[in-house]
Design a protein around this ligand. Structure first.
Ligand code: HEC
Ligand code: HEC
Length: 369
């Protein structure tokens, strides 16, 4: 976020000067009207001698010396004022426009925050400042509609959401929601209540609350140390660790602890029941496809190719692997080239969900499923 305080002060001063000038002009106008009304009433003489709207004028001598000099002098002064003031105004204009754009961006963030906290209450599920949370949800039988269970469904942290998704992907998720989960549709295309402008503002707010790369990496490392403590060979060494390898721990990051609402995990999309603590076959498929039974060996000839896919998820509509085709629903877990706008540098290249080592580990785990 830029610091706008200096520019805003300048804008306020300009506004104040403008108001003072406006008030002075109105006062001067009122005085002129009053004075003229008085003068107009005074009878100067009969129409023949001197009509009421005429006055005896200066003699030629005076007119061509004093009067002429004074008028030319006033003209010169005004010309000088214009010669100085106009370039000054032009010089300041690009800055004023830039300030207006920056101020506009700040307004978008503030409005987006208001929608996040109050309007749509995203915070009630995704946590304050997008730290992640849970949503109460009733699971029903898809064939009969009967009640199955009341669960708490992890709502992923959004303070890294721009790491994994491009703004277009986020807009798509917001427009349509995730119909199989507690995440409702928010945009008009999905039948939701918010306008595209409101959603754009929410995305501006989300962008403003993204963690730094270091904060995110440290949090993931702390969580992995608490669940796995991998050695150099990627085996978990924590006594009684639930997971055998670093890759398995990454795949399930936050399953028991609720860390970041599972945002960094793969299981939340690739394992049925993962998000509400009833994980079924690991990697057996949910919203994301089944990764087991050697399917990933078939899709990606080498682990490197699969790592590249997980790191930088291909744009919607483009092909990957031997017969994959991106739908735009997954995200990038390494450097997300589509999110880094070279013009604004909104995201920096070190804002990644997982390190190269962690991605290699999770890919090795998936290829073993
Ligand atoms: C009733 C709870 C609830 C509310 C309110 C809610 N969400 Fe969600 N949201 C969820 C859940 C649960 C998920 C995860 C769904 C899944 O498992 O795929 C989710 C997923 C998302 C995702 C995808 C994140 C990812 O990494 O997969 C985004 C983005 C998102 N929500 C943004 C928002 C925004 C912005 C709002 C407010 C306009 C909002 N949500 C309101 C519950 C909620
Ligand atoms: C938000 C949900 C989501 C998350 C989280 C997610 N995936 Fe996916 N993944 C998908 C979807 C959906 C696809 C199917 C491809 C598509 O639609 O573009 C997919 C496809 C894949 C594929 C290719 C499968 C194939 O055979 O074509 C791999 C490999 C994969 N994901 C690995 C991962 C790993 C590793 C992680 C965690 C680091 C992960 N995914 C996290 C949703 C997700």
């Amino acid at each position: 976020m830029h610091d706008l305080s200096g520019q805003l002060v300048l804008a306020d001063v300009q506004k104040a000067i403008g108001y003072v000038l406006a008030v002075l002009l109105v006062l001067a106008f009122a005085v002129a009207v009053l004075v003229n009304m008085r003068r107009g009433r005074a009878e100067v003489g009969s129409e023949v001698e001197l009509a009421a709207n005429r006055k005896p004028y200066m003699a030629d001598d005076e007119l061509e010396t004093k009067k002429l000099d004074r008028t030319l002098g006033v003209g010169l002064v005004l010309l000088a004022v214009i010669a100085v003031a106009l370039p000054l105004y032009w010089l300041a204009e690009p800055g004023r426009q830039a300030d207006a754009v920056a101020g506009f961006a700040d307004v978008a963030v503030a409005r987006g925050e208001n929608t996040y906290v109050n309007g749509a209450q995203c915070a009630s599920c995704h946590g304050p400042e997008g730290v992640g949370g849970v949503a109460n949800y009733t699971i029903t039988d898809p064939s009969t509609g009967d009640f199955v269970a009341q669960v708490q469904w992890k709502a992923p942290a959004l303070n890294t959401v721009m790491y994994r998704y491009t703004p277009e992907q986020v807009l798509f998720i917001l427009n349509y929601g995730r119909g199989y989960s507690p995440m409702p549709a928010w945009g008009a295309p999905g039948g939701g209540p918010l306008t595209e402008q409101q959603l754009t503002n929410v995305i501006a707010y989300l962008t403003s609350i993204q963690l730094t790369g270091d904060e995110s990496k440290a949090a993931v490392q702390a969580e992995l140390d608490a669940t796995c403590k991998a050695d150099d060979a990627g085996q978990c060494t924590l006594p009684g660790a639930k997971y055998k390898t670093l890759g398995e721990a990454v795949f399930n990051l936050g399953y028991d602890s609720g860390f970041a609402g599972g945002a960094y995990s793969c299981g939340r999309c690739h394992t049925k029941g993962w998000s509400y603590g009833q994980a079924q076959v690991p990697g057996g498929g949910a919203m994301g496809p089944n990764l087991t039974g050697g399917s990933e060996q078939r899709q990606f000839a080498t682990a490197k190719q699969q790592e590249a896919f997980v790191s930088a998820y291909p744009k919607a509509g483009t092909a990957y692997g031997s017969s994959g085709w991106s739908s735009g629903r997954m995200g990038s877990f390494g450097t997300n080239p589509n999110s880094i706008d070279p013009k604004t540098a909104t995201m920096s290249a070190d804002q990644v969900m997982l390190t190269e080592e962690q991605i290699a580990a999770v890919v090795a785990y998936e290829r073993s499923l």
